[in-house]
Write a protein that binds this ligand. Structure first.
Ligand SMILES: Nc1ncnc2c1ncn2[C@@H]1O[C@H](COP(=O)(O)OP(=O)(O)O)[C@@H](O)[C@H]1O
Ligand SMILES: [Mg+2]
Length: 340
């Protein structure tokens, strides 16, 4: 592909340095996505302009006016510190007729709601955990059909904000406490879901219309204590030392062929049901009876070279540079779809 001018939008604190040398392992870990994407796109000849944005839209419009990028590479996960505002930034790019990578705003809105996305998926008869929503300011009353153990989460946050070992509850008293914790400390409505004991699987999907699905990936905690449930808490996801101590890793999931095929089929259907485009990671739990349950869809998932999405693409023979190039090409094509 010809060299492109790419405006890369990211959080101002994550604008990458020229090198990660000299940083602590934790700091390098936190900066890796932006660093990997910018460096790799440059290595294949693109002219990449990183721009840190968070509170103002003007810098985006100014940069687009001046630079006239062929495409915006969207690495934003929040705006004004609000996770739900990333879709508004993408809508703004659409108003400016500027192509962008990753998911369209409708897909983001639909998939970010942990209740809404499950309702849509369940309607299509794909397994989801049973759940109930507990809005802020309302008394916690568990519907009798909803059985313990439950896991209590924020209805809209991601990156496991508010998720810890104490999120799994086995009594009405603990449920009420944890819902209150989400209301007060995270500041959002809460959702309590049937806790699916078992394996955690990630399916990476790429495409707008025709979809590529990469090999299913699995979260493992090799040094997990006997009886300790496997949960991707904030520490499991983001704390490098904790990951080392507990043997946290992700790798290709060893699954029976028929189950692997069913997962791929369901992942493609879910991607379409939730109107996703670009690239997304769909998360599932697999119980001991071999039943899988859809947990959530992550539009514009973590795309650092060493994390699940890129690792599973690589296992399918797609190099990191090729993966980023395909994400850019899909963004350019998506624009043509919305303009036609
Ligand atoms: N219903 C559930 N059953 C079992 N584990 C769950 C369930 N819901 C969430 N978890 C655990 O908590 C993690 C984070 O939950 P998730 O809904 O994906 O929130 P986030 O958007 O913060 O990633 C999951 O990756 C999984 O390990
Ligand atoms: Mg998740």
């Amino acid at each position: 592909m010809k060299p492109l001018r790419i405006l890369a939008l990211m959080h101002p604190e994550l604008v990458p340095p020229d090198s990660l040398k000299g940083m602590t392992p934790q700091a390098a870990y936190e900066a890796k996505t932006e660093y990997d994407v910018v460096r790799t796109l440059r290595s294949i000849g693109h002219d990449v302009h990183p721009l840190g944005v968070q509170y103002e839209l003007f810098p985006i419009r100014d940069a687009i006016d001046q630079l006239k990028p062929h495409i915006v590479f969207n690495l934003l996960e929040e705006f004004h510190g609000e996770v739900l505002f990333d879709q508004n930034v993408v809508s703004f790019l659409e108003l400016l007729h500027t192509p962008y990578t990753g998911c369209n705003p409708r897909g983001m809105i639909i998939s970010r709601g942990k209740a809404l996305s499950k309702k849509l998926v369940a309607y299509h008869r794909i397994g989801v955990p049973d759940f109930a929503v507990f809005p802020m300011g309302r008394k916690v009353r568990r519907p009798p059909r909803l059985k313990f153990p439950l896991i209590v989460k924020s209805l809209i946050e991601h990156a496991s904000v508010g998720i810890a070992r104490a999120s799994v509850v086995d009594s009405d008293e603990k449920l009420a406490d944890r819902v209150q914790f989400i209301h007060e400390r995270v500041g959002t409505d809460a959702i309590a879901e049937q806790f699916i004991e078992g394996r955690e699987l990630y399916v990476s999907v790429l495409g707008n219309d025709r979809l590529a699905v990469f090999p299913t990936w699995e979260l493992v905690a090799e040094k997990r204590a006997e009886g300790e449930p496997l949960i991707a808490t904030a520490k499991v996801k983001h704390d490098v030392e904790y990951q080392l101590r507990h043997g946290i890793d992700t790798r290709a999931a060893d699954l029976p062929d028929d189950l692997a095929a069913k997962l791929v089929h369901s992942a493609k259907r879910i991607y379409k049901i939730l109107e996703l485009t670009g690239y997304a990671r769909l998360d599932f739990r697999l119980d001991s009876a071999g039943q899988f349950f859809f947990l959530e869809a992550n539009p514009n998932p973590e795309i650092a070279e060493r994390e699940e999405f890129a690792a599973s693409a690589r296992a399918a023979g797609v190099s990191y540079a090729d993966l980023l190039q395909r994400i850019v090409s899909l963004g350019l094509r998506q624009q043509r779809l919305t303009e036609s």
